[in-house]
Write a protein that binds this ligand. Structure first.
Ligand SMILES: Cc1cc2nc3c(=O)[nH]c(=O)nc-3n(C[C@H](O)[C@H](O)[C@H](O)COP(=O)(O)OP(=O)(O)OC[C@H]3O[C@@H](n4cnc5c(N)ncnc54)[C@H](O)[C@@H]3O)c2cc1C
Length: 527
């Protein structure tokens, strides 16, 4: 078979590698993307997995981190203006917590509306929230910039922060736990539950040092950007990237599983696929290959691979259930809380919420119950047939069940999923056998089946602890995307900076590659 040759060969068509591919193609390079599945998108895919006409986001549903990325924020590649990316923005709350007595707290992009919601229960917490957020929001532009540039060296970054009062305020969040910050600032049980659940989206135990950063970051993003529900599902983000890639002459090949990166005298020259095809790269290979298995693909990377195997995954992950419903879900709350973007259902019990993160971290499905859901069809009718609805439902669970291999999830997946639906029905009374037309469960094992990035079903791929930010992810030697000893090979994926999330994280990789090759950046990047 003739060997295909292009400037860049990209392994995997997740949203990270697709982003890098689209930038490199827009800069005038020939690009070939190889994907093992018959479809593209990685963590941003939307498929009809229950019944025809019901389109479910199988993984990421909220593509809002990408809104902080100049890729979307400044529309650098024209995804919004030319390639069909559209967000289904609404006036409704971006996020909210519904409690077991039908009361609720809503988080709007607008800070004052959010304070009013908290102020229904505690005026002192509303005041504390306003002060906390006004301080936090000053840092969001800095984060939005730093996350989408090649990472700074971790030690240098910390030194820089330590030099100013503002920097030290930020450093405190890298050291403090979620519990520390919540207990220092808030007193009312509902506010504390609401804040805790927001922070634990980072998949870190509530008492873990540095977990406070998740609280600051998640709340800060929600008050800076509208939630990111993409019209047509998170697939719409991947599809816009592919349209952009193809517009610039790039090619995407599905059903092509890469099994080796070929090298010649210490330089990556291309890849081979499991069915014997060869793809040559004139300039570089950009690989969505997981670093803890790198030596399976590239000779000479054994020591690095061993180090990456030691990096911990998140404290816990999630178990998902996708429902096709005969009608919109109606939580037992006042009407203004019935169609929030991202909704948590929770007991008014802070200790129970903290306990859930401990239980899951120790390998147990938490004994207390809380779940989160998104009803995307509320804001985007293209997700379900007229009058019907989709529901994306999940709860906190361990990656590995205590003392058991990941495969053990298959034996309890159905029971876990059924329990998730039954317990959520206490908060959404019209979740009944009559309204549920179809369901599909996704355990941590199923999540790992989708992509090797989701090690043990970890949705963040590796822990998002402070030492795993910036120049520490996944290990300092690999953090600038280059693979030592293999020139022209770069890693790209959620296991690299800026980390897990539907975030267009291939932008800094493309910047790094183009800088190394002496290419002009200003053609595609607004720096
Ligand atoms: C269940 C779940 C829910 C989530 N929810 C959210 C959310 O709401 N918001 C949010 O911001 N983030 C969310 N995330 C995280 C986010 O989706 C991911 O961190 C991000 O999408 C991962 O980046 P990716 O798509 O580039 O990587 P991946 O999803 O890992 O994609 C990598 C691609 O490369 C392919 N590939 C791998 N190896 C090879 C090979 N050897 N040859 C060829 N192809 C290969 C894989 O098949 C896959 O298609 C969620 C993740 C999960 C799993």
């Amino acid at each position: 078979m003739a060997e295909a040759v292009s400037d860049f060969v990209i392994v995997g068509a997740g949203q990270n590698t697709l982003t890098a591919a689209a930038y490199l193609a827009a800069a005038g390079n020939s690009v070939t993307v190889l994907e093992r599945h018959p479809y593209w998108g990685g963590g941003c895919i939307t498929h009809e997995v229950t019944l025809p006409g019901f389109r479910h986001d199988l993984h990421a549903t909220n593509v809002f981190m990408a809104r902080a990325n100049p890729l979307v924020r400044l529309d650098e590649l024209g995804l919004l203006s030319q390639f069909g990316l559209r967000y289904a923005d609404r006036e409704a709350a971006s996020h909210g917590t519904v409690f077991d007595d039908g009361s609720a707290i809503a988080l709007y992009k607008d800070l004052e509306r959010s304070c009013d919601s908290i102020g229904r229960y505690s005026s002192s917490d509303a005041k504390a929230y306003r002060e906390f957020m006004l301080r936090t929001l000053k840092y969001i532009p800095l984060f939005s910039m730093a996350l989408f540039l090649p990472p700074a060296n971790g030690a240098t970054f910390r030194k820089l922060l330590a030099a100013s009062a503002e920097g030290r305020y930020l450093l405190d969040f890298f050291n403090a736990s979620t519990i520390d910050v919540i207990d220092q600032n808030f007193t009312h049980e509902r506010t504390k539950v609401h804040m805790l659940r927001l922070a634990t989206e980072m998949m870190m135990r509530a008492d873990a040092p540095g977990s406070a950063f998740g609280l600051m970051f998640m709340a800060g993003l929600y008050h800076s950007y509208p939630p990111g529900f993409v019209v047509g599902g998170s697939q719409g983000f991947s599809d816009a990237l592919v349209r952009c890639l193809q517009h610039h002459g790039g090619e995407i090949v599905t059903g092509a599983e890469v099994n080796q990166v070929t090298t010649d005298r210490g330089r990556a020259t291309g890849v081979t696929t499991t069915d014997g095809r060869r793809y040559s790269a004139r300039l570089a290979v950009i690989a969505g290959l997981v670093p803890w298995k790198l030596s399976d693909y590239v000779a000479g990377t054994e020591a690095l691979t061993e180090r990456c195997k030691q990096v911990p995954t998140s404290d816990y992950t999630c178990f998902l259930t996708h429902l096709a419903l005969d009608e919109a879900p109606l939580p037992a709350t006042p009407p203004e809380f019935q169609s929030m973007g991202f909704t948590v259902v929770a007991p008014i019990d802070y200790d129970a919420m903290v306990r859930m993160t401990y239980d899951a971290q120790q390998g147990h499905v938490p004994r207390d119950f809380s779940a989160s859901y998104v009803c995307a069809s509320n804001g985007d009718p293209s997700r379900a047939p007229a009058g019907k609805s989709t529901l994306y439902l999940y709860r906190t669970v361990p990656t590995l069940l205590a003392g058991q291999p990941l495969e053990a999830w298959d034996s309890i997946a159905e029971a876990t999923g059924d329990d998730l639906v039954i317990q959520t029905a206490r908060y959404i009374p019209n979740l009944t056998p009559r309204t549920i037309l179809g369901r599909r469960y996704e355990s941590p094992l199923d999540i790992q089946r989708e992509s090797p990035s989701y090690q043990n079903g970890d949705v963040a791929s590796l822990a998002m602890t402070p030492d795993q930010f910036m120049g520490g992810r996944p290990i300092p030697e690999l953090a600038d995307y280059r693979v030592p000893g293999v020139n022209g090979l770069y890693l790209c994926g959620p296991f690299m900076h800026p980390g897990g999330g539907a975030n267009g994280g291939g932008r800094p990789v493309a910047i790094k590659v183009m800088m190394d090759l002496g290419m002009k950046l200003d053609k595609v990047f607004q720096l």
